[in-house]
Structure formats: C-alpha cells, structure tokens
Design a binder for this molecule. Sequence first.
Ligand code: DC
Length: 220
Amino acid sequence: MKIAIDGPAGAGKSTIARILAAKLGVLYIDTGAMYRALALKALKTTINLHDPQDLLELALHTHIHFELNDQQQKVICDGRDVTEAIRSPEVSAVVSQVAVHPAVRKQMVIMQRDMARNHSVVMDGRDIGECVLPDADYKFYVTASLEERTKRRIKELQANGYEVDEERVKREIMQRDHQDSHREVGALKLLPDSILIDTSALTVDQAVTKIMKIIQGAQI
Ligand code: DC
C-alpha cells in the first residue's frame, strides 16, 4: 500500500503521517526531512544556494536514510544523526531555495521512489501525489488555516527553546507557501484525485481517525 500525503508547512502532515504509518505497520518517509538534510549540508559549505549545478553535485554525494531508534525515527545524513539540526530556523529559512531547483528535485524523487520500491509506505511532502507516487492508493492533501499553522509552528519552536516573533513566523510560513506552490517543478497543489483534510479544527487524533476511516472504508 502506498499513501501520499501532501500539504503546506505546519498543517500537521508529518505528525499525522507518522502515526498513520505506525497504525498501518508500514514505513514512514518524511521527504521534507530529506530536503532539510541537504539544506543543512549546503549551509555548512560555501555552496551558493542559487547554483543548481553545485547543489545537484552535493545531492549526488549525499546519503540520506531513516533509522528507527526506540520508536523514534532518526534522520541520518552521511552517517550523522541530523534529526534535530534540520529543524533549526536557519534550515527552515533556506530549505525552499534548495528545493526549488528541478535537477535537485529529480535526484530526490529518484531516492524517494527507491525507498518506496519494495515497501508499503506513508510518504509526506509537497509533490508526492503528483511526482513521487503518482500511482499511490490514497492521496491526501492535509492543510489548515494560516493562523492555525502559525500557532502550531510557534509552539514547536518554543518547545525546542527558540525565542519567537509571531509576525516573523507567520511571514516565513507565507513565504514558504508561496515558494513551494509557485515553483516550476514539483509545486504543491491540490490534485483532482486528492482527498482534502482540513485540520484547522481537528486534533491530531481526530485527523488520523478521519484518514483511517477513509482507508478502511474503501477496503471493505
Ligand atoms: O515538510 P517540511 O516543512 O519539513 O519541508 C521542508 C521544505 O522542503 C519545504 O519548504 C518544502 C520542501 N519540500 C519539497 O519541496 N518537496 C517535498 N516533497 C517535501 C518538502
């Protein structure tokens, strides 16, 4: 079974996808974490983030995989655990610039399809239903209002010890939404065969239950 979950930043995609995968007993692949890992690596070099050729070279020489450790999914980049580092505001600020280049995306899509080749998966991102798993059994578009997504992002940053400026967080989410939905390749969009799940007024559990009902209902 292949389940694609797309949607904007802060809609709850990753949390929902992780729980869903655990309930279904399938692999969870967080493709945003892969772009973040590449962005983190790029930030540690002198690479110009606007140079697609250099970034592609970097992507070709980067190994990203996921490991399950004490029920926690760890993101490993070139053998190093980057699970926390990839969530920093510095990475969030530049990751869309890294993800905009078609050549970089092409390479990421190859890696993502490879990870899903022989497994049942729940995969979340922006272009999963359209580019990575176009034949997915289910495609969900998980979203929430800008206000709600800003609130959630602030909570997450505060929980990780960051000081936050609400207006700035909101502005950055809007910028990211714009970049992610207006790029040439792999742009975020609601597909005709996607099921829309608005989580603005739902708890994580409610959202997961709603999706599970759709999956189970369709299997009866
Ligand atoms: O889901 P996230 O916020 O961790 O994703 C980080 C960034 O990576 C986001 O700005 C968009 C980009 N991304 C993408 O372009 N394609 C994907 N499949 C997943 C994420």
